[in-house]
Design a protein around this ligand. Structure first.
Ligand code: GMT
Length: 382
């Protein structure tokens, strides 16, 4: 197949999923075209089937806001024609689904049918998308996509609850490539340089936005380290970093926390992690939790959104109400204080992560593309 992918090329979860998906499809022999504002950060071109087409926005003094939607729609029209793209898969509804709809209408005028697949990732529905400023356009573009997928059952329910949806939504879970994880064997871990042998290592990885509740990470850690000697590794950049730093100083735990900034080596970090904290306000899926589990790391998370579909209570970790730092700390101590118990949780996390292996999820995307392309061909013949 010849597939066009549109996504945010940043470190955000939706961009990571889209990039990993495109690279996996290219490995399977499909031709994949990324049509994005910058080269996706995780995209490596070691496969001849991968292509990148940059969307340029022409600036003009009259523009208060740059019209990225228009530039993207035009680039989609150009790319579909030039590279015979058979399906456009857009990740994150805003503004990608809307721009794709416009491209589809322009191509229709030229006698070209291009099916649009929209994958909803989370905040495009739960936070930004349902805001009255965007809602009518988001609802319209979801309803006019040929196929709509969500990354969890929970996000599907949220979409149906928050919007007037007139079509079926298919759930295709996020996935993990275990082959890549296996490349970071325990032997590659540099644990000694981060913690003393008797200390546990706790991690948190996110873009440190308010929705991630990074201050709860610090509060939980402060309580845990009183009972179990430990270090906290905080990976990511974002608006709440300074607040987290200040709180760590205030609680007297700053010297036990390592702020790592953005990192491409999540898998390497996970291989020496004993526990992952994800106290988010909401999380449609929680890819970071899955990455942790694939690195044999149990998860302490909230019970919001799709997290219960990933993290299994009492098996791969524990889930608490948002803001209940007492409960999160209690559960973290329970896992960390006993070697045998920690080992069991680690094994369980690793095993449960296999529900989301690339081998299980990729064929679902391929089957869906095939269906939508065939349907389009039939419709244009009739
Ligand atoms: O919240 C983020 O970290 C970024 C955001 C995005 O869309 O880039 O992540 C969302 O999509 C991820 C991939 O599908 C999910 O794993 C995250 O749970 C989801 N974030 C939220 O729902 C808050």
């Amino acid at each position: 197949m010849n597939i066009g992918i549109v996504c945010y090329p940043t470190y955000g979860g939706s961009g990571v999923v889209a990039t990993e998906l495109g690279m996996a499809l290219a490995e399977e022999g499909h031709m994949v075209h990324f049509i994005t504002s910058h080269q996706p950060v995780k995209l490596n071109f070691l496969n001849k089937n991968l292509h990148f087409h940059e969307v340029f926005v022409e600036n003009y003094p009259l523009f208060h806001y740059q019209p990225y939607n228009l530039a993207l729609s035009s680039k989609l029209v150009e790319s579909v024609q030039k590279y015979d793209i058979e399906v456009l898969h857009v990740h994150y509804a805003i503004p990608h689904a809307y721009a794709a709809y416009m491209a589809k209408q322009m191509l229709k005028e030229k006698g070209i049918h291009i099916p649009i697949v929209t994958t909803l990732h989370g905040t495009d529905i739960t936070l930004v998308g349902s805001h009255p400023v965007y809602k009518p356009a988001v609802e319209f573009s979801i309803n006019h996509s040929d196929v709509v997928t969500t990354v969890s059952e929970s996000l599907k329910s949220d979409t149906v609850r928050l919007f007037d949806i007139k079509k079926d939504i298919e759930v295709i879970y996020n996935f993990i490539d275990f082959e890549k994880h296996a490349n970071w064997s325990q032997g590659d871990c540099i644990r000694e340089s981060l913690a003393d042998p008797h200390e546990r290592i706790i991690t948190h990885v996110s873009n440190l936005r308010p929705v991630k509740r990074v201050l709860d990470v610090i509060r939980v850690f402060e309580k845990v380290q009183q009972k179990v000697p430990s270090k906290l590794i905080l990976v990511g950049e974002g608006p709440d970093k300074e607040k987290a730093d200040l709180l760590a100083k205030e609680l007297g735990v700053k010297d036990k926390i390592l702020f790592l900034g953005k990192s491409d080596e999540i898998r390497r970090i996970m291989c020496f992690s004993d526990l992952f904290l994800l106290p988010s306000e909401t999380e449609s899926f929680g890819l970071a939790a899955l990455e942790a589990m694939a690195g044999k790391t149990p998860v302490i998370s909230t019970n919001q959104g799709g997290l219960p579909e990933v993290n299994i209570q009492g098996v791969t970790g524990f889930l608490s109400d948002v803001g209940d730092v007492e409960d999160m700390a209690k559960n973290a101590i329970y896992i960390l204080e006993n070697d045998k118990r920690l080992k069991e949780f680690k094994e369980n996390a690793f095993e449960a992560a296999h529900r989301f292996s690339m081998e299980k999820i990729l064929p679902k995307y391929e089957a869906m593309y095939n269906r939508v392309i065939e349907k389009g061909v039939k419709e244009s013949v009739n």
